[in-house]
Design a binder for this molecule. Structure first.
Ligand SMILES: Cc1cc2nc3c(=O)[nH]c(=O)nc-3n(C[C@H](O)[C@H](O)[C@H](O)COP(=O)(O)OP(=O)(O)OC[C@H]3O[C@@H](n4cnc5c(N)ncnc54)[C@H](O)[C@@H]3O)c2cc1C
Ligand SMILES: *[C@@H]1O[C@H](CO)[C@@H](O)[C@H](O)[C@H]1NC(C)=O
Ligand SMILES: *[C@@H]1O[C@H](CO)[C@@H](O)[C@H](O)[C@H]1NC(C)=O
Ligand SMILES: *[C@@H]1O[C@H](CO)[C@@H](O)[C@H](O)[C@H]1NC(C)=O
Ligand SMILES: *[C@@H]1O[C@H](CO)[C@@H](O)[C@H](O)[C@H]1NC(C)=O
Ligand SMILES: *[C@@H]1O[C@H](CO)[C@@H](O)[C@H](O)[C@H]1NC(C)=O
Ligand SMILES: *[C@@H]1O[C@H](CO)[C@@H](O)[C@H](O)[C@H]1NC(C)=O
Length: 569
């Protein structure tokens, strides 16, 4: 296995390699002598070229920070511009797979690289438009979406919202905000720069056979309007370190309910369109006028889309499994409360009965609920059943097993600290800390995480040796730091970063970082108390909300809780 040698590199042999460290900063004289150095992870060669995969709020901060630290940075995003999740488009992703696509499919690559290929409309059964959308994967946000997080914790540094902004921000404004951050760092699509490469998807990440450098194989697509073709170009670039900032909501998850496969193939007559689809294609409510709609899943997307379409629908159902109300995260309880009053909650679906035709929609189809009731007369079914984190480009690094682990939704009890397999709280991949994953809430703690990577890779901060990294990884104390909100319990992660970074800067050089302003916490506490759940940020006492139907909540099959999509909100 590739990482055996690398793991050794990071830990045990670091003393032997200590003399090889080359640091191009002015503080190298403060480095610990060799006798001390085995306490720390020592990189056996200078880290100069760094790739950042993903230009959302997390990746943009990483790229900007690494550029400021004089690394040679390349920022790749499959989308035509920066923004990540917040790059709104009326385009929708190509049809999701039923059942979920297997995890072990690497992307197809030409035999020799670099390579160029031209595609005509209809090649390999794809229209040009489908090929384009398959490549960049339009985002899952809809036109009227507003954040469920207050602006105070949904803000990138240096580009403040106008002083009179509202408590929560609409998705288009968030998108503009993220693009503003990209622009002031010359990372927007129209900035002349050798740093960013948009419409460029990372297809494969692997280590060179001698273990010295990371190799990124990427594919750029360009629409050639004049000749009505698409040009695909593949090439490989080499890096000393890589930041994976490809986001938490990579691939849709569809539930494995009996009969869902056939129902997913059904189309309504004129215009012929699918009646069963994942919530990520939802954009606008008007098409639901006079329709009977079933929303499957009661997470954030389910409840918010239900609110959006309710004024238009004839009848609105929401199917959910049963929950232990007290065990739900406050956000899950909030989602229940946010469903519009006209929603009829129904139990989970046991099966979709066979349809006699695939061309007449699903109106006559029968849906059997777990309590035995038969439901019919549904026009459309929105599967608000969440996401899996499936990144084919990581397969050659993680292997199928760990990639599957990565794709699993976190158990509810680690909601606030969903750890990535083998990833330290700093985001470093323990078997090879030249690879890093964004693991914190990008808006609040992302700035610290990015600065940490720059410092560790330039040599002005240390992470412990491999044994200690694993020890911290295993310890619940440290795991509690993997929080996401930069407040409440996960305020701990920000404090941890501030202490660590400032201590390292005192020792090895570098600027002071300031903690998240206390007054922001006050404002956030006020917001979350009123808007989320009373005492949310104390997380000690969850308030019961009486206005929900009494149910027999069970702990089993929490699938739609698990895919509540809130992991990184
Ligand atoms: C419907 C919805 C509502 C949300 N609402 C909120 C909210 O109210 N508040 C909140 O804080 N968060 C919300 N989120 C969460 C959102 O994920 C975060 O706000 C934030 O965008 C995460 O930032 P990121 O940079 O980690 O990932 P993303 O913003 O997802 O960016 C990841 C980027 O990586 C790129 N990428 C992925 N794979 C590749 C590849 N192979 N090659 C090249 N590029 C690649 C993608 O194109 C994307 O641009 C919401 C998410 C969804 C889906
Ligand atoms: C770094 O370590 C790897 C793996 O042991 C080795 O192949 C490579 O040559 C080393 N590089 C340097 C600069 O020492
Ligand atoms: C980056 O390089 C510039 C120009 O050489 C220098 O002024 C600056 O201090 C460097 N920044 C860091 C963080 O090393
Ligand atoms: C089963 O669920 C449906 C929909 O919520 C409800 O109308 C019906 O009364 C339930 N049946 C039983 C036996 O509980
Ligand atoms: C961490 O936990 C794993 C099992 O989850 C174990 O194999 C390993 O030895 C532990 N390492 C340390 C340093 O505690
Ligand atoms: C601060 O840095 C010193 C020297 O690297 C180290 O020994 C000490 O453990 C650090 N303290 C904290 C709180 O990280
Ligand atoms: C609040 O939480 C604490 C700690 O979990 C618990 O001991 C206490 O009983 C709770 N109080 C109430 C009123 O539920």
């Amino acid at each position: 296995m590739l990482f055996l040698s690398l793991a050794v590199l990071a830990g045990a042999t670091s003393g032997a390699f200590a003399q090889q460290i080359v640091l191009d900063n002015t503080f190298q004289t403060h480095l610990h002598p060799n006798t001390e150095s085995n306490k720390w992870t020592v990189f056996n060669s200078t880290i100069k070229r760094v790739a950042v995969i993903g230009a959302g709020p997390a990746g943009l901060q990483a790229a900007a920070t690494l550029v400021a630290h004089n690394f040679t940075v390349r920022l790749f995003d499959r989308a035509p511009g920066p923004g990540g999740n917040w790059l709104y488009s009326e385009q929708v992703p190509v049809r999701e797979s039923y059942p979920d696509a297997p995890l072990d499919k690497e992307r197809w690559l030409p035999d020799t690289l670099p390579a160029t290929r031209y595609y005509e409309d209809g090649d390999e059964g794809l229209t040009l438009d489908e090929r384009w959308r398959e490549h960049w994967q339009p985002r899952s946000i809809w036109n009227s979406l507003h954040t469920n997080s207050p602006a105070i914790i949904t803000e990138l540094p240096e580009v403040p919202y106008p002083p009179d902004h509202s408590w929560v921000i609409d998705a288009h404004t968030i998108g503009a905000h993220v693009r503003a951050y990209a622009t002031i760092h010359s990372l927007n699509a129209n900035d002349e720069s050798s740093v960013h490469a948009y419409s460029t998807r990372v297809e494969k990440l692997s280590k060179a056979s001698d273990g010295s450098v990371w190799q990124l194989t990427v594919r750029n697509l360009k629409r050639l309007e004049e000749s009505n073709r698409i040009r695909a170009t593949w090439w490989t670039e080499e890096f000393d370190a890589v930041v994976v900032a490809s986001g938490p909501y990579d691939s849709p998850h569809v539930p494995e309910i009996e009969g869902v496969l056939q129902w997913s193939q059904s189309k309504a007559p004129n215009p012929a369109k699918h009646c069963v689809y994942h919530s990520r294609v939802y954009r606008n409510p008007e098409r639901y006028t006079g329709k009977t709609v079933l929303v499957v899943g009661v997470g954030t997307s389910g409840s918010e889309i239900a609110r959006d379409i309710a004024p238009f629908t004839k009848k609105l159902y929401a199917s959910s499994k049963e929950y232990d109300w007290d065990k739900l995260h406050p956000f899950q309880r909030r989602s229940f409360r946010r469903f519009p009053a006209e929603t009829e909650f129904i139990p989970q679906i046991s099966s979709f009965q066979p349809l006699s035709s695939l061309q007449n929609g699903i109106q006559d189809g029968q849906i059997i609920l777990v309590n035995g009731t038969v439901l019919s007369g549904i026009d459309e079914i929105i599967l608000a059943t969440g996401y899996r984190r499936v990144n084919p480009f990581l397969l050659s690094v993680l292997g199928v097993k760990d990639a599957a682990e990565l794709a699993k939704p976190p158990p509810t009890d680690v909601f606030n600290g969903a750890p990535l397999k083998n990833v330290h709280w700093t985001g470093h991949y323990i078997p090879d800390p030249t690879l890093a994953f964004t693991t914190v809430r990008p808006w609040t703690a992302g700035r610290y995480q990015s600065y940490g990577w720059a410092k560790v890779w330039e040599g002005t901060a240390h992470i412990p040796n491999e044994a200690e990294l694993w020890k911290q990884y295993n310890s619940s104390r440290w795991n509690n730091f993997r929080g996401l909100f930069g407040t409440g319990p996960s305020e701990a992660i920000v404090r941890q970063y501030v202490t660590w970074l400032n201590n390292e800067s005192l020792e090895h050089g570098g600027r002071l970082v300031e903690p998240w302003p206390l007054e922001n916490r006050e404002i956030f506490a006020y917001y979350s108390n009123l808007e989320w759940e009373k005492d949310y940020i104390t997380k000690q006492n969850f308030t019961r909300f009486e206005n929900l139907p009494a149910r027999e909540w069970s702990k089993d099959n929490l699938w739609d809780v698990l895919v509540m999509e809130d992991e990184f909100w």
